[in-house]
Design a protein around this ligand. Structure first.
Ligand code: FAD
Length: 497
């Protein structure tokens, strides 16, 4: 098995796949993902990608302005400008790669509206845009001879050694059962996605345990704004951990948000009503819950033409039918839940972290584009623009920097113990209590003390390195970082909450 690579990319979401496609074809590249190649938050994206593609009625300046307003003006202006100016080019490139965005009756790309956008500018493939993009990117990546893909292989160790990196991955295929595999790389791109699984309820897929952020933190990379967590207002209120999202675009197409009495209420809290940015709508729901004394909320689009609903939202319609609800007839029970992380591994405009040679792209990174609250459909765009930037930077560096590979060996496992049951459940319970939509400073302080104990126990307990152990340690690290940030910022994150 090959041991030395020019670039190792950890993650096969939009950031990892799109970044890989832009690396120089002379570079030897390995992409690793811990489950199936398609299991990622990227594949779950419904609404679409925001970009100014019709200069006849939209303008990059409006996209910048909308992004800054949603982010509570806590965004990095240079990063937002790069996102909005370069976004349209990346979206056109996606089309060249075969991504099929919906078109209107005139054959023009159909653009939809989502909360916080002043113009309809969201390109989409029905209501399963992420899956369409990921599938087309995979097809293209698989054609590249310089790229190797490992599925079901979790990276559990990453160290800077000399000019390069040593990587410890548990490799799994028909001949190997989670065997340690040591790799050397000149450059590493962390594209490991979000942290949703640190909360009890999330829209995120099972891979979202914050591994990349925990690995970068361990290496001393700067981590920023981890308390900037987005809670989506309209996840389906089922009793399962992974909550199915009812996309923003359902409100964009006119769905009404109702309280337990069947009354619209959002304009009580914001003149933009249902189309206010997500944090505002989530907070509106929590305020309305206090006012009416009930946590029952509904999304209702049943007044629209059933044919339109079924054609526009086929995936959501089908998923809700399985739960016993008909989107064309019934108000759908919804409630906020964890959805997205705006903070992450701090990077510059080239997606370079504070550790030389280490790059971070997509949801695990903090580019500063989202400020304190992400504007809908800006995160796929961020993954495209900033993974391309990372690839460009690596390409340029690789031409002048010598190809040296460190010894990648890691010490043998420190122990044989298996982690006690219930660790993840306890972390999630603490986070749900301490940091849901509006953080509770007292519970956050008490929760932080307990999570620090859990993390110490995981580090010192002589545990065998396994998929389970590593993810539990990542969750404990992320929970600590979030609660520390909550304690420092308190409520001083206006817009985020
Ligand atoms: C339900 C839902 C709907 C959304 N809708 C939209 C939308 O309409 N528009 C929009 O712009 N955004 C949307 N988002 C957000 C957006 O999808 C994500 O922010 C974005 O896709 C993240 O992409 P990524 O490449 O950074 O990470 P992901 O797509 O999450 O990929 C992470 C990858 O990292 C791998 N990985 C993680 N840890 C390890 C490890 N230790 N070892 C090996 N591999 C590892 C995983 O296996 C996976 O391949 C949505 C998110 C959700 C959850």
């Amino acid at each position: 098995m090959e041991q030395n690579y020019d670039v190792v990319i950890i993650g096969t979401g939009v950031a990892g796949l799109y970044g890989a496609l832009h690396l120089d074809k002379r570079l030897k590249v390995l992409i690793i993902c811990k489950r199936d190649i398609t299991l990622s938050n990227s594949s779950l994206a419904q609404g679409g990608v925001a970009a100014v593609t019709r200069p006849d009625y939209d303008d990059v300046r409006y996209h910048i302005e909308d992004t800054l307003i949603a982010g509570g003006h806590q965004n990095d202006l240079a990063a937002v400008t790069k996102l909005c100016e370069e976004g349209p080019k990346e979206v056109r490139h996606l089309m060249e790669l075969g991504v099929d965005f919906d078109t209107d009756a005139e054959g023009k790309t159909h653009l939809t509206l989502e909360g916080g956008h002043s113009k309809p500018r969201i390109l989409h493939h029905k209501d399963c845009t992420g899956r369409e993009i990921v599938n087309k990117l995979i097809l293209n990546v698989k054609k590249q001879e310089n790229i190797t893909i490992w599925e079901h292989s979790i990276v559990v160790g990453l160290e800077k050694r000399g000019d390069g990196f040593a990587i410890d991955a548990l490799y799994d295929d028909e001949h190997h059962d989670n065997e340690h595999c040591f790799l050397a790389a000149r450059y590493v791109m962390l594209c490991t996605g979000g942290i949703g699984r640190v909360y009890r309820y999330t829209t995120n897929s099972a891979i979202a345990t914050g591994d990349g952020i925990a690995l970068a933190y361990q290496m001393g990379a700067r981590i920023k704004n981890l308390s900037f967590v987005q809670f989506h207002p309209t996840a389906f209120a089922g009793n399962v951990r992974e909550r199915f999202l009812i996309s923003e675009s359902v409100r964009g197409e006119g769905a009404k948000l109702l309280n337990c009495h069947g009354q619209q209420f959002m304009t009580r809290y914001d003149p933009r009503g249902e189309l206010a940015p997500r944090d505002v709508v989530s907070k509106g729901i929590m305020a309305e819950q206090k006012r009416v004394g009930s946590d029952k909320f509904y999304l209702d689009i049943s007044y629209k033409d059933p044919k339109f609903i079924k054609e526009r939202f086929p995936m959501i319609y089908a998923a809700l039918l399985v739960e016993g609800y008909d989107l064309t007839k019934d108000p759908i029970p919804v409630y906020p839940c964890q959805h997205y992380l705006m903070g992450g591994i701090d990077v510059d405009l080239n997606s370079a972290t504070t550790v030389d040679g280490l790059y971070a792209c997509g949801e695990c990174s903090h580019t500063g584009v989202h400020g304190a609250n992400r504007l809908a459909s800006n995160s796929l765009l961020e993954a495209l623009v900033f993974s391309h930037a990372a690839a460009n930077h690596i390409n340029a560096r690789s031409l002048t920097e010598p190809a040296s590979y460190p010894d990648p060996a890691f010490p043998a496992d420190r122990g044989r113990n298996r982690i006690p049951k219930g660790i993840r459940t306890e972390i999630r319970a603490i986070m749900q209590e301490a940091d849901f939509v509006v953080p509770d400073p007292e519970k956050a302080a008490a929760g932080l003390a307990r999570i620090l104990e859990i993390r110490r126990m995981l580090l010192d307990g002589g545990f065998m390195m396994s998929h389970d152990y590593f993810e539990a340690l990542s969750l404990a690290t992320i929970a600590c970082l979030i609660l520390q940030d909550v304690s420092e910022k308190g409520d001083a994150a206006p817009g985020a909450r």
